[in-house]
Design a protein around this ligand. Structure first.
Ligand code: SAH
Length: 450
């Protein structure tokens, strides 16, 4: 097979990143912008030993699951890899991805796999939006999103995953920019003022936070902007974030408060959280609540258990479980997240939760030395999965149950395989769709001591 050759093929699967996969005489081709079931004509762009990449030229026969993307810029944006697939099919794809990984990589059998928990409405679910600000070729200020993996900003104020109020907020900011000649940031020269706009909306409280990330320490006429933003109902926190460094990181460390207490509040279940511009918080709180309810169910707490919540972030799972446990230890490597977690424990009045900063694999050993041995361990690691040292410490201490929350089915399968070789049995598997229209899938599983 050579570059520029044209082939017809049927898309049979999707890659982890959402590209269609088809075969020509057994040779695998990845084709962007296709859906399982599409019959397509493609042009070969790049070939390797065992697979290649091709560009879609024509859809000869669309898949029965193909739909018109809801968003006009879904292709150039790349944030929603599955928008051309109907939602039921997206869910089937994610469920299959979890099962395939567990069976193929994990060599696991005999577990109960529950149907994926989908969203009632896979739109407007994100509580957080970050819009880059820049200049287009004609010299106009643009607010939108980065095209694909580039840093070209495409003008677009409505994203179907974000809250509708985002558009209203951006309108106000755009008026302010043009009225007071606020300069957009230029990445190449590290000049210009306004870099990003961060918006967060409380799912239950409806409270709104707006934070302007600026390349400087002052925004002239900021009070005029505050006045206009306050005309939007539920505007709760308005601030500036200072980021004068030339890098890809969106937020700097310094916050200049313009209005409010510096945070909004929201709830997951009946646990209250204070969310500042710098806090990590789950982006889909509705599905998060469903996910954590499964964690609680699988943990089977009676009130007498010592629980470890490893990779705890701002302590959301720890606090969700606290009222049903004797003691909870939350462990996380990022200090600001731990500080947030402690504040959240205190505003909810929990005294049986302790948050510790450090590597999960190291703190686990320390907890054992202090005789804080777990009855139930919850882990929610980043994509790369759990450190083997942590798994070994868990295995040695033989908690009755391990509840594993995972955002990557492949590393989940690897870790479950290890645990199942060392005295644990996979009982329940529950995929949850937290990020509709994207390829991501979250899974919660229960393993029990044999
Ligand atoms: N359980 C949390 C967050 C999970 S995300 C929630 O539900 O919101 C995974 C977290 O693991 C991140 O906060 C990351 O900072 C943290 N992390 C990454 N490596 C770690 C390690 N070796 N030890 C402890 N925490 C780690």
């Amino acid at each position: 097979m050579k570059k520029n050759e044209i082939y017809c093929l049927k898309i049979e699967d999707l890659s982890q990143s959402g590209e269609g996969i088809g075969k020509v005489d057994g040779y695998v081709l990845f084709v962007k912008d296709t859906v399982i079931g599409d019959l397509v004509r493609v042009k070969v762009m790049k070939t390797g030993k065992s697979y290649g990449f091709a560009k879609l030229i024509e859809i000869i026969e669309p898949s029965k699951d193909r739909v018109e993307p809801l968003c006009g810029v879904s292709k150039s944006c790349g944030g929603c890899q599955l928008q051309a697939m109907n939602y039921e099919e997206q869910l089937r794809f994610k469920e299959k991805k979890v099962r395939d990984n567990l069976e193929r990589i994990g060599k696991l059998t005999g577990f109960k796999m529950h149907p994926i928990i989908g969203m009632e409405n896979p739109m407007y679910y994100r509580n957080k939006a970050q819009f880059p600000v820049g200049t287009d070729k004609a010299g106009n200020t643009v607010i939108g999103f980065y095209a694909g993996r580039t840093h070209t900003i495409i003008e677009s104020e409505h994203c179907i995953l974000g809250k509708p109020v985002n558009e209203q907020i951006l309108e106000v900011i755009k008026d302010f920019i043009s009225k007071y000649n606020i300069s957009p940031y230029d990445e190449k020269s590290n000049s210009g003022l306004l870099r990003h706009i961060l918006i967060r909306v409380g799912e239950k409280t409806k409270e709104i936070m707006v934070c302007l990330i600026i390349n400087g320490h002052k925004l002239e006429h900021a009070q005029k902007l505050v006045e206009k933003l306050l005309e939007i109902p539920n505007m709760t926190s308005i601030s500036l974030n200072v980021n004068t460094t030339k890098n890809n990181v969106i937020l700097g460390n310094e916050i200049i408060n313009l209005y409010g207490n510096g945070y909004i509040t929201d709830y997951i279940g009946d646990v209250k959280f204070q969310i500042s511009p710098l806090s990590f918080f789950q982006v889909n709180p509705k599905q998060t609540e469903r996910l954590y309810s499964k964690v609680l169910e699988y943990a089977q707490l009676t009130g007498n258990e010592v629980v470890w919540d490893m990779y705890c972030g701002i302590g959301t799972i720890s606090l969700f479980l606290a009222k049903s446990a004797k003691e909870v230890y939350g462990v996380e490597i990022v200090l600001p997240a731990i500080l947030d977690a402690r504040v959240n424990a205190s505003i909810n009045g929990f005294e049986n939760v302790e948050f510790i900063v450090g590597k999960a694999e190291d703190i686990a050993t320390q907890l054992c030395k202090e005789d804080k041995l777990p009855d139930v361990v919850v882990v929610d690691p980043p994509r790369k999965g759990c450190d083997e040292k942590l798994l070994n410490t868990i295995i040695e201490n033989a908690p009755k149950r391990i509840v594993y929350v995972s955002c990557d089915p492949a590393t989940l399968a690897r870790d479950l395989c290890y645990l199942s070789d060392n005295g644990y049995e996979l009982k329940q598997v529950q995929p949850v769709d937290m990020f509709g229209h994207t390829v991501h899938v979250e899974t919660v599983v229960l393993m029990s001591k044999v």
